[in-house]
Design a protein around this ligand. Sequence first.
Ligand code: FES
Length: 121
Amino acid sequence: MSDFVFAINADEISAGEAVMVKIGDKFYAICNDDGIFYAVDESCPHEGGHLSRGLVQDGCLVCPVHLWAWNLRTGKNSAGRPHLLLNTYPCQFRDGKVYVDVSGPIKPDEGMNFAGLGEES
Ligand code: FES
């Protein structure tokens, strides 16, 4: 069951940037990819880099440590390591605010349609 929680005002994240947000005990990187918002784990699945310090471009978040690009829709990486996936979370953009579903990450194998996540409805 979905549990969308306010994360951040959209105008606090410039296009191409990510911002760390703590909700409950968990840290997320909220990303602005040219007006489409995504929520992912803040800690890089590779070696724990702070993904909120990375660069957002072309649907990916580039980790500042080893520069792997993580796909914001699928959680896959550019390094050809399919066993390492970045957790991605359903994200909504309403009335200038970004909300994250804190009930758990999207499971790519569930066949969810990723299109439109985080776009203003
Ligand atoms: S720690 Fe992020 S790519 Fe290595």
